[in-house]
Design a binder for this molecule. Structure first.
Ligand code: AGP
Length: 368
């Protein structure tokens, strides 16, 4: 068939493990060392047209909306183009004023999500160019868009999206590099971004080795009724995605929040029975996340920390530490989401849930 389990118990687990390869496929032929940029065959817009883009709108649903949020950080950081992220289901009816020279990207694994398709059609109707970042070749959204980038992640069967998310983030990083190099980004910076991208599949491979340990953590927390996921900057969307994975397949209530936003309300949820997953790799907001983590600890909340390898400071505070390889900040969601995917997988299994076909959900949502 199109895809088989190849020895894995579930498609979701297989697809989690396919991520290093999916990332290699997303990057294949797209990194241009000579010009220190990325290249795309299907944008159908000239470099000159792309240079005049003054705003980018990224739209999608669910996990694809989360990768759009990562894309916002990436494109604003690396290309310095203002970005708005929109839920496709809201964008399609909101009729916001959109300036000229705005480029819209629909982000979608299936290419069949009704709201994303409608949002793209609606923005096109208003005269804006709409591109797709899509996995399924020839899908409705791929056809409706003016052009776009395929993920080449291979079929994703598990209802909970995994490899599509990391591939989308990777494609958005390459797009950010490309847009940056059409503008202000130096040759040297372009080269170092390419080097970082090249190390990514190995870092994800290494992150997968935490599987056994994550299973132990899952055993410990499998009976929780609420789990909080907290991170900042690039790891804020990672927190949202971790929470969505847990909700979808284990039916445990979970919330993702920017860690500092906790004190404005959600910290009231913290008690001995409510674990918080802190995403706290080394980086610009490390100290800030550390104090957010200490606040939760001080209120008796169990803390699971997702940290960089060899971090005694985190170990001193957290109840459980899952270590991931340290990568440059803008690629951290791709590495850090891996243990979160595994955590939800193991918790769902322990609770006897059908991980590949969770209740009430369909792989692609073709109704609005
Ligand atoms: C992800 O785990 C979900 N099943 C869901 O949120 C999904 O990402 C969303 O429906 C969008 O799908 P698409 O990427 O195929 O457009």
């Amino acid at each position: 068939g199109e895809a088989s389990l190849e020895g894995f118990d579930h498609y979701m687990l297989k697809e989690i493990y396919e991520q290093p390869e999916a990332l290699r496929n997303a990057m294949r032929g797209r990194l241009d060392d000579e010009n220190a940029t990325a290249v795309f065959g299907g944008l159908n817009l000239t470099p000159q047209q792309l240079r005049t883009v003054e705003r980018i709108i990224l739209t999608g649903c669910g996990t694809s909306w989360h990768s759009a949020l990562v894309g916002e950080y990436l494109i604003e950081d690396l290309a310095r183009i203002p970005v708005n992220v929109e839920y496709a289901s809201e964008l399609r009816y909101r009729n916001p004023p959109i300036e000229n020279n705005t480029l819209v990207f629909g982000i979608t694994q299936s290419g069949e999500t009704a709201d994303t398709l409608a949002a793209l059609r609606e923005t096109k109707r208003k005269g804006h160019r709409a591109l797709a970042v899509c996995n399924v070749v020839g899908s409705s959204i791929a056809q409706a868009a003016d052009g776009g980038v395929y993920l080449h992640a291979g079929p994703e069967i598990g209802v909970a999206s995994t490899k599509a998310f990391t591939s989308q983030c990777c494609v958005l990083a390459m797009l950010a590099l490309y847009f940056g190099r059409l503008r202000h980004l130096s040759f040297e910076s372009g080269k170092s971004i390419i080097e970082d991208l090249r190390q990514l599949p190995n870092a994800v491979q290494q992150a997968l080795t935490c599987n056994e340990q994550v299973r132990d953590v899952a055993k410990k927390y499998q009976n929780a009724s609420t789990v909080l996921y907290l991170g900042r900057q690039y790891n804020f969307p990672t927190a949202l995605e971790g929470a969505l994975k847990l909700k979808e397949i284990s039916y445990i209530h979970a919330e993702g929040y920017p860690a500092a936003e906790m004190k404005h309300g959600p910290i009231a949820l913290v008690d001995e029975e409510t674990p918080s997953v802190f995403i706290i790799p080394r980086g610009t907001t490390y100290d800030k996340v550390m104090s957010n983590m200490e606040e939760v600890k001080a209120r008796g909340g169990p803390v699971i920390a997702l940290a960089s390898e060899d971090d005694p400071q985190v170990r001193a505070v957290a109840d459980d530490v899952i270590a991931v390889p340290q990568v440059t900040e803008f690629l951290q969601p791709i590495v850090n989401v891996v243990p979160l995917q595994l955590l939800s997988y193991h918790i769902a299994l322990l609770r006897g849930c059908d991980v590949d076909k969770p209740r009430n959900l369909a792989k692609s949502v073709t109704v609005e």
